[in-house]
Design a protein around this ligand. Structure first.
Ligand SMILES: Cc1cc2nc3c(=O)[nH]c(=O)nc-3n(C[C@H](O)[C@H](O)[C@H](O)COP(=O)(O)OP(=O)(O)OC[C@H]3O[C@@H](n4cnc5c(N)ncnc54)[C@H](O)[C@@H]3O)c2cc1C
Length: 311
């Protein structure tokens, strides 16, 4: 465990925005969680950080401690850790391989590892820059794939029950939503067991590549963003609604809605203006109002806002 005083959060997020938290606690092993009770005593609120790729963090002094689970990110010899192969199971679509991945493992590494072994299921997550714990917490997905249906069990830590293992009855998942059934103030995903289908040689890599080319042709994948700002309302595209409401390209300071895909808020790091979360929030409120006035639809946020206010 390592504790860093008053860390700047902007460098820890893909959007590159945010002020300073009270502290950052790097958790290198699940056992580190067992000491959190003592370490956090009197510290107040807590946030759990993955790869920071789905976050909008407020500016200024932030009244919370950031927990940073890095389990499964690095092997003891320093390189990226590998998932563990646990065994096999039969599925309706053929043989499947069960693997365990630590919550701190990077999604691109997990996808590359499974593609090299022709294990299918994660190829829709191509281009998702987060960590495994964040993919679980967001039920991340695209191109017909999402994380939760692949999950067989999840090891978690909660302040109420400590380290324990959940089976699918222990969580609720929906489109870009994941929560534990049990009551807890917060939870840390420690590791997840995923069931991946055995596919034809080379087919997973080919599908991932095709998905990435599709993604690259319509999304600003090389800009500083936090992915899609808003969830798609059922049967509709938030990007299309934003476009129709005139939000494509709309700019405030260093923040603008991408002219390529209006559901991506971009931080222009080269324009000479400081990136401000307040500008991002003003654009988001403006977009919600414009879409509501134009189509009567209320867009809800996919990006998680880490507020400077505890109210
Ligand atoms: C270029 C780009 C493309 C993207 N494309 C997609 C896409 O195609 N599909 C998609 O679904 N998303 C996409 N995203 C959004 C984002 O990458 C995903 O939501 C991702 O799963 C977030 O993971 P993260 O580790 O970065 O989580 P963070 O952003 O760090 O956190 C997100 C949420 O997860 C929680 N969390 C993180 N780790 C843990 C943990 N170990 N235990 C408990 N809670 C945790 C956080 O508290 C927070 O509530 C994209 C983002 C970018 C920048």
């Amino acid at each position: 465990m390592k504790i860093i005083d008053r860390p700047a959060l902007a460098p820890l997020t893909t959007l590159g925005l945010g002020g300073r938290a009270l502290a950052e606690i790097r958790l290198d092993s699940p056992e580190d969680c067992l000491h959190l009770d003592d370490v956090l005593a009197g510290c107040g609120d807590v946030r759990v950080l993955g790869g920071g790729s789905n976050l909008l963090v407020h500016d200024g002094d932030l009244p919370f401690v950031v927990l940073r689970p890095l389990f499964g990110a690095k092997s003891p010899c320093g390189g990226a850790a590998e998932p563990e192969i646990l065994g096999e199971e039969d599925g309706p679509d053929g043989r499947r391989t069960l693997i365990r991945a630590g919550a701190g493992m990077r999604v691109p590494h997990l996808l590359a590892w499974s593609a090299a072994r022709d294990l299918a299921g994660l190829e829709g997550l191509v281009g998702v820059p987060g960590r495994v714990g964040g993919a679980v917490a967001m039920n991340a997905g695209a191109y017909g794939c999402s994380t939760a249906p692949l999950m067989r069990s999840l090891d978690v830590f909660t302040p109420e029950r400590g380290l324990h293992t959940l089976t699918p009855e222990g969580w609720k998942a929906a489109y870009r939503h994941f929560s534990l059934v049990e009551d807890c103030a917060w939870y840390i995903s420690v590791s997840v067991v995923l069931s991946l289908r055995r596919a034809a040689p080379g087919s997973v890599r080919a599908a991932a590549r095709e998905n990435f080319l599709r993604k690259k042709s319509v999304q600003p994948v090389h800009e500083r963003t936090a992915g899609c700002v808003f969830k798609n309302p059922e049967g509709l595209s938030a990007g299309k609604l934003l476009d129709e409401a005139g939000m494509k390209g709309r700019r405030l300071g260093a923040m603008y809605f991408s002219p390529m895909h209006a559901n991506f808020l971009v931080h222009d790091m080269k324009c000479g203006l400081p990136g401000r979360c307040d500008d991002a929030l003003a654009l988001i409120r403006e977009a919600q109002k414009a879409v509501f006035e134009h189509s009567g639809i209320r867009l809800s946020m996919e990006v998680k806002e880490w507020s400077s206010c505890l109210c």
